[in-house]
Design a protein around this ligand. Sequence first.
Ligand SMILES: C[S@@+](CC[C@H](N)C(=O)[O-])C[C@H]1O[C@@H](n2cnc3c(N)ncnc32)[C@H](O)[C@@H]1O
Length: 256
Amino acid sequence: MHKVYFIGAGPGDPQLLTLQGASALRNTGLVFAPDPYELTFAEQFKGKTVLNPFDFDFADLVKRVRGRLSTAHVAFLIPGDLTFYAPFQALIDYFDEDAEVLAGVGIANAAAARLKRTLDLPGICNRAIIVSPKTLGDKKGMPHLEELAGKGATLLIYMNNMPLAQLCNSLRRGYDTDVPIALLHRLDLPGEEIIIGSLDTIVDKTAGRDYFNLDDPTGKPALTLVVVGDTLTAKVDGSWWDYRREHIWKKRQKGS
Ligand SMILES: C[S@@+](CC[C@H](N)C(=O)[O-])C[C@H]1O[C@@H](n2cnc3c(N)ncnc32)[C@H](O)[C@@H]1O
């Protein structure tokens, strides 16, 4: 029986495809891949039919997949991974038993690696919150960005649609103080840029450049993730390790 693979394809560099994902991709002839994979995965796509899923309405997509499924596997590449902000759920539900989802490197994972920071840090940060201003405060009674920002919170902001100065003002109201912020633009893609500053300095550091494609009339995704919170710059020394070893890990070792 052939499968429809939904492959978590990572931020865009094929090196970040899992071994499982790479193997599934090798075994398919028809691949649905959004931007920017047709460029960065050119080698992996050789000899395959590659279509952009967003060029088709749902019925048309299903028909195309069904047309191939009797003779071969079909793959959809999911930017990052299915876990957050992936638009493929209706297809996964539709193909049900024939659908197989393969985990991938989410953009948050790639960002933490590039920043060399763990995004929750005991004593500094006690929650990491995944948000998009696009979907916040869109209904009465739902929280706004500034209500989620606050001492001890790391925010991972996807699909930002606010001008940077406005975003920083909103965050400043929530945090009630200046905190570090990082813009990760085109992570693991050609043209990658990482800009690190604070809510008070980041606008100047971008020198007027629109990292969110807010001025682009096509609404093309900007591929910029924003990470905010004290965990970005907090210093952690060895006492943190020793405290845990003394109070937590040692006991476990004895118990084993
Ligand atoms: C539809 S969401 C996809 C999230 C994805 N499913 C994940 O696993 O993280 C698209 C948003 O993810 C972020 N993003 C996607 N690819 C990125 C990249 N290569 N570099 C930086 N941010 C990226 C941007 O915030 C973009 O607006």
